[in-house]
Design a protein around this ligand. Sequence first.
Ligand SMILES: [Zn+2]
Length: 380
Amino acid sequence: MTTHSKKHWAPGSGVKVLRVARMGKDGWKVYASVPEKGICPGCGMRSRRRHGWRHRRLQDYPAHGDTVTVELRIGRWRCAFQDCSRSTFSDEVSVAAPHARRTARTAQIASHLGHATGGRPAERLMRRLGMPVSDDTILRHLKHNAAGAAPPARIIGLDDWSWRKTWRYGTIVVDLERRSVVDILEDRSVESAAHWLRRNPSVEVVSRDRCGLYAQAVREGAPQAIQIADRFHLVQNLRLAVEEQMSLSGRSTGRSILSEQDNVDAALHRRRARLAHRQSRDQVFATIHSLHSEGLSYCEIERRTGYKRRTVAKWLKFETPPDRRRAALNPRSPWYFEKFLAQCWKDGNRCGRHLFHDVKQRGYTGSFSNLERTWSVAQG
Ligand SMILES: [Zn+2]
């Protein structure tokens, strides 16, 4: 291998590549060294008393789709200066942080990917790119970057950040003015987010998702701040509302909930539109039961709801809506987990995605959209 081509294997300037070897399935190994300086970082004096070598193993950019490990040889010295607090020291390395296991440029990619995609997806991407890193390491890089000195944040965004895709959620705090990560919290909870906000009283505006959780955290930890729903979540809200509307019309029984005659009346027409909005079997069930409890006859209920007398009679025999009773026996249905979901709701865990994840852990086999639809109807 010529000197010229060896240079391309260097992880940065100031590193001299001695040899490159192919290690089979372990990829490439680059043997390199840093120039010997012997300047003590404690006292700034130059030493000529060698104390041996230190070897660092650093992961670097891949080559030909394979991993590259740099075996870096660094000079160790004794400090000759009597008053210096350090007895030995190593030459300085510019291509990696002091105790890092990868070069600074590789760490930077891990951090960028972690920021953009979350821990687990970033881990997978890094492996495909020939730079395997654990998701915990990615998080450490993110946190490390976040810890850099920055003026106090004024306008922040709070959002969840998955340590592992739909497995464990943390909270990411982003400075929206500087577009940088400010902090990463271990979990997503009112306590930890509120605690962070109390420690950062400079916050004036918080952009957050539609979970009740962060809203509550801001109320507790930063009552001075204005809360806004971020654009992504506003659009998501709209999408869900449209979806819900579409699926409700799709699920309608085909029967008008009010008779044709009533539809002529404009006021009733508006009422019909309103009813159609909420038309789920739950709703119909509740309506029939309440009309009955008002003392109305089957005929009158039939006239008002558009349901046949026989159906009205059947529904009145049940204590819970038919769908719900059938569904309660089936782990494909959210009703199967009604108790658990109700508890989550009470505890402020109200974000669809999170509920979906938690309920899946308990054996739910249905879809996310079904959960969201059913549950939003159930919670009014
Ligand atoms: Zn010294």
